[in-house]
Design a binder for this molecule. Structure first.
Ligand code: HEM
Length: 338
């Protein structure tokens, strides 16, 4: 995953990464040219720069970026900015969100999550009743259990392992022994590089929240488990209901423990976009579809991607068993299932 930051051409990971970046950027250049051509064909008289405020629907992310205007300056992105944006979407935005969706699909396909899925479907049905079938900013603000499932997935399966920081001044980091309550201080000199292992702290946050929970009765009811005490809400339980009370939520754990999107001034730039994407995707999946993960034993490799992609069969909810048979037959025809 990681390599030393020395450019030794093909002999170092860093050198190979820089070369690969160049190739990717040149491919992106081509995609931008194609998008500009497409745009010109649609309205030959309009140059990219003058198509500001066009009401026409753009077809894909690059088309959208080409039409985007900075609301403060009225300027459009330069080619270099476009390339940076596309790279960010591809590497910071695509796999992180995609892998989280894989995790959601896998978690919810397990028979032991039938309660969670049932409750999700119930919430989405009420949402459609209240706001109509379209996903709007308003309706998406009223999906607390859907949000809880997303939060719990990010807690149980944080995609990013850790982030690096530099100590700007000498620090004393306190470590408290859980058993004895004894403090030990570690000195971190100015300039040292630190890694915050967010995959551990984020999982741990459940324990931290739970310990402040002692004796609080579960009020939300009906989720995957129905814990009646803090001890049953262990960090290894997949339990979205822990998010439904601010007193028990991992977000109320000591600052910085729950950080699937990082923290501080460099917190994930795409956090809101990612959360909206996950909400929309989960809502549409549970409203309209059933699914089954094909290979339950799929190996997950760093950074926790399914090694060969996650094969999932989808069918429309209203088609029931017949839809499932059709999905299996289609998958067999494609050679997915032996
Ligand atoms: C589930 C989805 C995602 C997760 C879990 C995630 C997680 C993270 C984490 C942990 C960091 C490091 C933050 C830190 O250093 O404190 C980060 C940084 C970043 N993310 Fe995301 N991310 C996701 C989606 C996205 C999306 C959709 C985009 C953009 C389209 C994006 C763009 C970025 C950028 C640009 C940074 C660097 C921010 C900076 O250093 O100032 N991420 N992300």
């Amino acid at each position: 995953m990681m390599g030393l930051p020395y450019n030794l051409g093909r002999f170092s990971k860093f050198g190979r990464a820089l070369k690969a970046r160049k190739r990717v950027l040149s491919r992106i250049d081509g995609l931008i040219d194609d998008a500009i051509e497409r745009k010109k064909k649609k309205s030959p008289s309009s140059d990219v720069d003058v198509d500001v405020g066009s009401k026409k629907k753009s077809r894909n992310a690059i088309d959208l970026l080409l039409s985007a205007v900075d609301p403060e300056t009225g300027e459009m992105a330069t080619r270099d900015e476009l390339k940076d944006q596309i790279l960010t979407q591809m590497f910071a935005g695509h796999e992180t969100t995609g892998t989280t969706i894989c995790r959601l699909l896998k978690e919810l396909s397990s028979p032991s999550r039938a309660g969670v899925l049932g409750r999700l479907r119930g919430e989405q049905a009420s949402c459609v009743e209240r706001f109509g079938p379209a996903l709007t900013p308003e309706s998406m603000r009223h999906m607390p259990y859907t949000d809880a499932v997303i939060n719990e997935t990010l807690r149980a399966w944080p995609i990013v392992h850790g982030v690096f920081r530099s100590a700007l001044k000498d620090l004393a980091v306190e470590s408290v022994d859980k058993e004895t309550g004894e403090s030990t201080f570690y000195r971190v000199p100015e300039g040292w590089r630190l890694q915050l292992v967010i995959s551990s702290t984020t999982r741990e946050s459940a324990g931290a929240a739970a310990s402040s929970l002692s004796g609080v009765e579960e009020t939300a009811g009906g989720a995957s488990s129905s814990p009646s005490s803090a001890s049953s809400k262990s960090k290894s339980d997949f339990d979205p209901s822990r998010w439904l009370s601010s007193a028990t939520s991992p977000a109320s754990a000591p600052s910085g423990l729950y950080a699937p999107f990082g923290l501080g001034p460099h917190v994930c730039l795409g956090m809101s976009l990612a959360v909206q994407e996950l909400r929309a995707c989960l809502a549409l999946m549970v409203r309209g579809f059933e699914w089954e993960v094909v290979d339950e034993k799929e190996a997950w490799v760093p950074p926790k991607l399914p090694e060969r992609g996650l094969e999932v069969l989808f069918w429309k909810k209203e088609e029931g068993e017949a839809g499932k048979q059709r999905a299996i037959a289609a998958a067999q025809a494609k050679g997915w299932i032996e």
